[in-house]
Design a protein around this ligand. Structure first.
Ligand SMILES: Nc1ncnc2c1ncn2[C@@H]1O[C@H](COP(=O)(O)OP(=O)(O)OP(=O)(O)O)[C@@H](O)[C@H]1O
Ligand SMILES: [Mg+2]
Length: 248
């Protein structure tokens, strides 16, 4: 589904961010990206979304070159319109495409149900908790029926319980709808729970430090298993070895 090959990127002014980053993500697969703060995770996501211009290397999504704005992205701050209700926020993309209201209703009602948002359709974002807002952001993207979703630390501002709940919900959605996900996270446990493939980036300029296959990702029983603990420990060791690395 996604092929990233020999990506190299520097911001104007010479800040080198990515060096020779290559990886692939299969259709319906979830991929977690983890690495030290400032190493280039968000930059990598923006490149895949076509929001930053490619410099060296290439990215193909479904065999085609990326086009700007085609791939939905979910950010930490939800990006909701405060003056629109939950229903209007979720329906927004479809309204802009001039889809008839009845069809919009048919498409988004099951999504609102699945995400537990049905009781809140008439609420405004300011009347919702952080977890509810993040669910609205997810619903809005799902309404567009995407095959690929990019997420940049979507749950980092939420409390531990809400975060775990949303991780489960996301895993269910990804399995049920066969959507490909790339999720950037700071959390080792989040990467272990959500990433069938976990990409560990080194410090900036980021290279691929490790790619960990994690076949049980998304299985609710995995979180309390020894295998989960072992994968998380391995990730922690890898990340710790990076942060001890004396190179700048
Ligand atoms: N627009 C920009 N212009 C110049 N440098 C930038 C720009 N955006 C980011 N950088 C630099 O590029 C590097 C990577 O930034 P990026 O936001 O991709 O890191 P990150 O891994 O997402 O960090 P964090 O984990 O803190 O979110 C940082 O050193 C940052 O200072
Ligand atoms: Mg970032």
């Amino acid at each position: 589904m996604i092929q990233v090959k020999h990506l190299r990127f520097a911001y104007p002014g010479g800040v080198e961010v990515l060096i020779d980053v290559s990886f692939g993500v299969g259709k319906g697969e979830s991929c977690a990206v983890i690495g030290p703060s400032g190493c280039g995770k968000t930059t990598l996501l923006y490149l895949i979304a076509g929001l930053l211009p490619l410099q060296e290397g290439n990215i193909r999504v479904n065999g085609a070159a990326i086009t700007r704005g085609n791939i939905p992205m979910i950010l930490q701050d939800y990006g909701l319109f405060p003056w629109k209700t939950v229903w209007e926020n979720v329906a927004m993309g479809l309204i802009l495409k001039h889809i008839p209201r009845r069809e919009i209703e048919e498409r988004i009602t099951p999504i609102l149900d699945e995400l537990g948002l049905a009781p809140f359709v008439a609420f405004y974002p300011s009347q919702l908790s952080g977890g509810q807002r993040q669910r609205v952001a997810i619903a809005r993207v799902l309404a567009m029926n995407p095959s690929l979703i990019l997420m940049d630390e979507p749950f980092s501002s939420l409390d531990a319980m809400t975060r775990e709940h949303l991780q489960r919900l996301l895993a269910q959605i990804w399995i049920r709808h066969q959507i490909t996900f790339i999720i950037v996270t700071h959390s080792i446990e989040e990467a272990t729970f959500l990433g069938k493939k976990i990409i560990v980036l080194s410090r900036r300029p980021a290279r691929i430090q490790a790619i960990v296959d994690n076949p049980r990702a998304g299985d609710p029983a995995y979180r309390s298993s020894n295998a989960f603990f072992e994968t998380s420990s391995r990730l922690r060791d890898t990340l710790f070895s990076i942060s001890q690395d004396p190179t700048p």
